[in-house]
Design a protein around this ligand. Structure first.
Ligand SMILES: CC(C)(COP(=O)(O)OP(=O)(O)OC[C@H]1O[C@@H](n2cnc3c(N)ncnc32)[C@H](O)[C@@H]1OP(=O)(O)O)[C@@H](O)C(=O)NCCC(=O)NCCS
Length: 378
């Protein structure tokens, strides 16, 4: 489904918050391999008897070649590389302290507000949209709203890899419908707590980050780098090939609420094979719906899960290899940041376009879910 109108809403500001800690592939693999060696030693007899599988060893070269990732940011590095722990050590905060996820959301939000030249009084709604929220209620968005002194309303949304684009869709619709003049959409992607650092095939995929975007009415925009939202398009198709079963019902299921299937897991090959064609068809149709040819699109700010996915998708769309300027890649520095990837790319690489230049922001991933926006520099 697409929507297309005379531009009524613009993206007028973006913000990116990056944690201070970095984990390189080498560090990650050294700790995983140490853990795997220890596991294999501890279970040597069962492995020899064929009762258990040995843990395979990982390699930094494989990770870079298979994913394009060289490093990832971690909100808290402590604990992740500790072979006795293999997960971040994030101290619990009391109910009267700002929660971790609200804190990183506020950090990104303040930057987006500065970028758009907006104060709390200008904003009517806050959306926090990401792959996981750290609690069910009260909404993280309402906590952020309170912290920033924004009146109006806030709510949380979960759409895995497409959380950021789907939130921008909602922001666009609210502004177009007149239910909000200006919306702050934030993606505090605190991914590290849901990574299985003992799984060689997925321990390298994710990084932590927060992005924020201001969507407002065209006539209130004063930003020097704003983009008309020409239209939005979304598509979902159920698949369990990227899945996390973490949830509150585990308590009633009498199962380990932190068991392996409760963490991120995927059939990476199937995801690759099934999502790429969907994303290509989706973007081609969306661009064409607005009367543009693929060649009219100056920049593709694509979801950042895997470099080979991005190269395949941009290559098929363009009919040739895309340059960095045409489809910027941030995976090497940021890894997969769940829904934030396309917005990191947009945040870092949008100021150089000329007025009238058209671009596409697009996410694709778990759900499966695909969300796109066709935008034009003002
Ligand atoms: C996840 C992904 C990067 C894995 O790449 P892949 O090429 O499919 O890798 P495979 O799991 O098939 O493994 C290929 C080989 O490398 C080995 N390998 C896998 N992970 C490894 C690691 N971390 N270190 C070293 N070797 C590894 C495998 O054992 C296999 O060896 P073999 O050929 O001798 O059997 C890839 O499937 C992918 O990009 N999927 C897209 C989905 C995605 O990124 N989703 C993110 C969430 S939306």
């Amino acid at each position: 489904m697409s929507s297309s109108t005379i531009p009524t809403a613009v993206i007028s500001g973006t913000g990116l918050w990056t944690p201070e800690h970095i984990i390189t592939n080498e560090e990650l693999v050294a700790s995983y391999n140490q853990w795997a060696h220890r596991y294999n030693d501890q279970h040597a007899r069962a492995i020899a008897a064929g009762e258990r599988e040995a843990k395979p060893l990982g390699s930094a070269e494989f990770i870079e070649k298979a994913s394009g990732i060289k490093q990832r940011y971690a909100y808290i590095k402590d604990g992740i590389l500790d072979v006795d722990r293999m997960r971040p050590a994030i101290p619990e905060r009391p109910d009267d302290a700002l929660s971790d996820q609200a804190e990183i959301a506020v950090n990104a939000a303040r930057r987006a507000m500065d970028d758009a030249g907006k104060t709390a009084a200008d904003i009517d709604a806050v959306i926090v949209s990401c792959a996981y929220t750290q609690r069910s209620y009260p909404a993280i968005a309402i906590e952020v709203q309170h912290e920033l002194g924004i009146e109006g309303f806030g709510f949380d949304m979960l759409v895995a890899c497409s959380a950021a684009t789907f939130a921008l869709h909602r922001a666009y619709e609210m502004v177009a419908a007149g239910t909000a003049r200006c919306v702050l959409a934030i993606n505090p992607e605190l991914t590290s707590p849901q990574v299985n650092y003992c799984d060689r095939d997925s321990h390298f995929i994710f990084g932590d980050v927060a992005t924020a975007t201001i969507v407002e009415r065209t006539d209130t925009c004063t930003s020097s780098h704003s983009y008309d939202i020409l239209g939005t398009s979304a598509q979902t198709q159920f698949s369990s090939h990227v899945r996390s079963n973490f949830g509150y019902v585990s308590r009633a299921n009498d199962v380990d609420p932190f068991g392996i299937d409760k963490l991120f897991h995927q059939n990476g090959r199937r995801v690759f094979k099934e999502v790429c064609p969907m994303a290509i068809r989706h973007m081609a149709a969306h661009v064409s719906h607005h009367g543009f040819e693929i060649a009219d699109v100056k920049r593709w700010w694509l979801h950042q899960a895997n470099i080979n996915m991005n190269l395949l998708i941009s290559g098929k769309l363009l009919g040739r290899e895309a340059s960095f300027e045409e489809a910027p890649i941030v995976l090497d520095r940021y890894a997969n940041t769940a829904s934030a990837g396309s917005l990191i790319a947009f945040h870092l690489y949008h100021q150089d376009l000329e007025p009238g230049d058209v671009g596409v922001i697009c996410s694709f991933g778990a759900g499966y879910s695909i969300g796109s926006l066709v935008v034009r520099k003002r």
